[in-house]
Design a protein around this ligand. Structure first.
Ligand SMILES: CC(=O)N[C@H](C=O)[C@@H](O)[C@H](O)[C@H](O)COP(=O)(O)O
Length: 226
């Protein structure tokens, strides 16, 4: 990894993602979201799909954590499910490729250890999106460059309140590779608290880049007791 592709310790990464069913779907919207994040002080962008990554790469000079949400029939994993998907994300301009690092079956029939090994051989930096402490330990052992708590609360066996800063803390106390706090961080105070719990950097998505979600938070708070 060269220096310009690295994300500063203590930094904020803004996840700029909108799926097809969301109002802001479209690479042009994600590119301007990334520009806004840069203006606000983001040190990196997390983005979904080769198309969005290409548009964001044109718009901002920041490291990009790329992924590709794809559904394969018969498989539960959806974050960059195959090695081929990871290579496509990297070729689109991502500096780091994020992928599902649970031990659930993968469409290309590979084990996670093999996936990480293949990507490392290709020189592709890997962020392991994990849901449990054990998954984090395994991903680090198999060579992931970063371990991120992205999937905590999103696998059937990891139901928990978010953000899961206890998991961040536990991982940082054990792992040699940087632990990233991601998932359900909804306030600046929670992001700061993630750093205080040892996170190397913090990824925030919905609370910054999903206006429909932000609006719903206001709406539901205003309904309480009325
Ligand atoms: C679970 C899953 O699919 N997470 C995705 C991973 O890329 C994104 O939808 C999230 O927005 C991202 O992880 C940031 O989290 P939050 O939006 O909670 O700040």
């Amino acid at each position: 990894m060269n220096m310009t592709s690295m994300i500063t310790k203590g930094g904020l990464v803004v996840s700029c993602q909108a799926l097809q069913h969301e109002p802001l779907y479209g690479s042009q919207h994600m590119a301007v979201m990334a520009k806004a994040a840069l203006e606000g002080g983001a040190q990196g962008i997390r983005a979904n799909s080769p198309e969005d990554i290409r548009a964001i790469r044109q718009a901002v000079d920041l490291p990009i954590i790329g992924l590709w949400k794809k559904d394969y029939e018969g498989f539960d994993i959806y974050i960059t499910p195959t090695v081929a998907d990871a290579v496509a994300v990297y070729q689109a301009g991502a500096n780091i490729v994020a992928l599902d690092a649970t031990s659930r079956p993968r469409p290309d029939g590979l084990e996670l250890s093999q996936v990480i090994q293949e990507l490392k051989q290709l020189g592709i930096p890997v962020m392991a999106d994990i849901s449990t402490y054990e998954e984090g330990v395994n991903a680090a052992k198999w060579g992931a460059d970063y371990v991120s708590t992205t999937l905590s609360g999103y696998t059937p066996y990891s139901k928990t309140a978010l953000p899961n800063l206890d998991l961040v803390k536990r991982l940082t106390q054990t792992l040699d590779v940087p632990t990233v706090a991601e998932g359900g961080i909804s306030t600046p105070q929670e992001a700061k608290s993630a750093l205080d719990n040892g996170a190397y950097f913090v990824v925030v998505g919905s609370a910054i880049t999903r206006p429909q979600w932000i609006t719903a938070q206001y709406f539901s708070a205003m309904q309480e007791g009325s």
